[in-house]
Design a protein around this ligand. Structure first.
Ligand SMILES: [Zn+2]
Length: 396
């Protein structure tokens, strides 16, 4: 009797928190393909089964049989707390000015951006620092999207600040040494300090990566210059951020490693003439460089994750919609719509190890975006998700 009672109780609680999703078109972000007429069983906000042999009749059904479902999106390279008012013209000068802004202003800006990201289907932002005096508790208090943060990055010398910025340096970065203590969600190391011509020692990079891995933390290496990229490639780190000056040989090396490439795409925003006149033509050429690098990487089957590196605030801008613009811009690089979706979901999720999202598979969170029309036919449909589910709950 007691056994029967507890069985009954299990059944009742299962029903109370479980639901079935019937999905017309489901994006499999691992294979980068769409699957027709799929059935998901979700329990306690997590995907329990896909296409089970038997669907419990009593469970509530969410009927999405004429809809397109993708995992919620992830920005694998963000700086939610940073604003560059020089629009890329002089990043160092912009950074120096921004470091001196008060912390409340930075928090308000980041919250505005997080809210805007949530509206267009993002669930997670992997933040790579430049948050000044904002504490990691305050970073985690943002609402709308989850934030996984490296905190202030570790630099070999002066980071990306102009020389003679000791006060700003102390606020904005941590000095790299073999005594570094890692307390954040993930670790960010600077292999180079472009526009400053300083490099981290490859031996130290390696040592710090080992230390972080022993603590089960993933490591992102910021590398823009060729020599910095060389250091990043031998470091054993998990992701290579930017990779602007990567040579053919280095791409081949990258392909032989299990390292994820995070090219950064905010330069795409300057393809719009109204924004281009705010900055100079530097960011646009940055985007064409990123485009070429993405093409090379995909040809060599490197895992490429979507990273915005978006830290601009345009007049009448909308931070979230601008991210969708960047995902769309990928198709001008010869990336297919499905590859772009894969980059902004599963591949981006692989750059962190804390939130199980970015893939519609058992064990992953039920974080979905629903569209009335096919994103594969036109990525512009991503601008207006019709419904969103986070941990199985409808949020809009
Ligand atoms: Zn960045």
């Amino acid at each position: 009797m007691k056994v029967l009672y507890s069985l009954l109780l299990t059944l009742i609680t299962f029903q109370a928190s479980a639901q079935v999703f019937k999905v017309g078109h489901l994006f499999d972000a691992k294979d980068g393909e769409w699957r027709k007429n799929q059935v998901l069983v979700v329990k306690d906000g997590v995907i329990l089964q896909i296409n089970p042999a038997h669907i419990p009749k009593e469970l509530p059904i969410v009927d999405l049989s004429n809809k397109w479902m993708t995992p919620a999106f992830i920005d694998a390279h963000s700086h939610l707390f940073l604003s560059d008012e020089t629009f890329g013209k002089d990043f160092s000068a912009g950074l120096k000015t921004w470091v001196n802004q008060n912390k409340q202003k930075k928090i308000e800006l980041a919250q505005k951006r997080a809210t805007s990201l949530a509206k267009v289907g993002f669930v997670l932002s992997r933040d790579l620092g430049n948050q000044g005096e904002v504490t990691s508790e305050e970073v985690h208090q943002l609402k709308g999207v989850h934030v996984i943060s490296s905190g202030a990055g570790w630099v070999p010398h002066l980071g990306q600040l102009p020389p003679n910025s000791p006060k700003e340096l102390a606020v904005e970065y941590r000095q790299m040494s073999d005594k570094a203590q890692f307390t954040d969600d993930l670790v960010k190391l600077y292999a180079d300090e472009e526009p400053n011509w300083n490099y981290a020692s490859p031996q130290l990079l390696k040592k710090l990566v080992e230390k972080a891995h022993a603590q089960k933390k993933l490591v992102a290496v910021h590398a823009i210059l060729n020599k910095g990229i060389e250091g990043a490639l031998t470091s054993g780190a998990d992701t290579l951020e930017h990779g602007v000056e990567m040579s053919e040989e280095q791409f081949k090396k990258l392909a032989s490693l299990k390292m994820i490439f995070v090219p950064t795409l905010s330069g795409a925003l300057f393809l719009d003439a109204r924004r281009a006149k705010l900055g100079d033509d530097h960011p646009t050429s940055e985007f064409s460089r990123a485009c070429q690098n993405i093409q090379k990487a995909l040809k060599l089957k490197v895992t490429v994750a979507f990273g915005s590196d978006h830290y601009f605030d345009f007049p009448q801008g909308d931070y979230g919609r601008e991210q969708i613009e960047m995902i769309n811009a990928l198709t001008t690089c010869g990336v297919t719509a499905n590859q772009a979706l894969q980059m902004a979901t599963y591949h981006a999720s692989m750059t962190q190890n804390l939130l199980k999202t970015g893939l519609i598979a058992p064990g992953y969170r039920a974080d979905f975006n629903i569209y009335p029309k096919s994103p594969e036919l036109d990525l512009k449909h991503l601008f207006s998700p019709e419904q969103m589910f986070r941990k199985g709950e409808k949020t809009n």
